[in-house]
Design a protein. Structure first.
Length: 96
């Protein structure tokens, strides 16, 4: 079932896209074709397939989050480019 012009206008409005009449006709054909492809999924029996968010197993690439002792103040400041006593000195970002 092809999409109507009003449906394409509605979709374009939701997506906040401006389209010419020529683009609207082309997009209507393309979107209709995409929706027809989804009809093939209606024929697949998925009753025994559990719902899933991923089609393959995933694993975290991040290391485990574990607490550890902090650096001392001296260790933290030893590579600081500018230092003022016990503090890290930075260039002013905002000026009055």
């Amino acid at each position: 079932m092809p999409l109507s012009r009003e449906e394409v206008i509605h979709i374009a409005t939701l997506c906040r896209i401006g389209m010419t009449d020529e683009e609207m006709d082309r997009i209507a054909d393309q979107l209709s074709h995409i929706l027809e492809q989804f009809k093939a999924l209606d024929q697949v029996d998925t009753d025994d397939v559990p719902p899933t968010a991923q089609s393959i197993d995933t694993h975290s690439v991040f290391k485990e989050d574990a607490s550890r002792p902090s650096l001392s103040q001296e260790e933290t400041l030893k590579n600081a480019p500018m230092r003022e006593g016990e503090f890290l000195r930075i260039k002013a970002v905002l000026e009055d």
